[in-house]
Design a protein around this ligand. Structure first.
Ligand SMILES: Nc1nc2c(c(=O)[nH]1)N=C([C@H](O)[C@H](O)COP(=O)(O)OP(=O)(O)OP(=O)(O)O)CN2
Ligand SMILES: [Zn+2]
Length: 127
């Protein structure tokens, strides 16, 4: 029988400003402007027989709190450790920040509901 894998997810949102250097819509993108972002992270695994949980969601929520604090109402261009203020950069940043505190991270998704833009970073399982 194949081993069953569960994905446990937790979502948060943040409001943030940024500027972007790009060739499409270059002038408005260079100006400081803001978006409402949503981010979701998934942990993959099997429930611990003792608890029935892959991971306690309370633990995951606690791990996400400092991340939200670092991003919400910030100018993303100035957030230490966030190399690019793009959806891709945010996925990388969130994955890196969680890598030391959240085991078995499966993917990180960041999106903007209003425009329908999203990026998902899929993390390969550690050998
Ligand atoms: N690959 C990526 N491309 C773009 C990203 C990104 O994170 N990754 N981000 C942006 C911008 O943040 C930008 O503000 C969105 O611009 P745009 O697609 O032009 O949409 P807007 O709603 O801001 O523009 P309207 O002209 O109001 O529709 C761009 N690209
Ligand atoms: Zn933008």
């Amino acid at each position: 029988m194949t081993m069953q894998q569960y994905e446990l997810t937790q979502r948060f949102y943040f409001e943030a400003a940024h500027t972007l250097q790009r060739t499409v819509d270059a002038a408005p993108s260079r100006r400081v402007h803001g978006h409402t972002y949503l981010a979701e992270v998934a942990v993959r695994g099997q429930p611990d027989p003792a608890t029935g949980m892959v991971m306690d969601l309370g633990y995951l929520r606690r791990a996400l709190e400092p991340l939200r604090d670092a991003l919400d109402h910030h100018l993303l261009d100035e957030v230490p450790g966030l190399e690019r203020p793009t959806l891709e950069g945010l996925c990388t940043y969130i994955a890196q920040r969680l890598s030391t505190t959240v085991p078995r991270l499966a993917w990180v998704k960041v999106w903007r509901e209003a425009s329908g833009d999203s990026c998902t970073l899929t993390l390969s399982p550690r050998p």
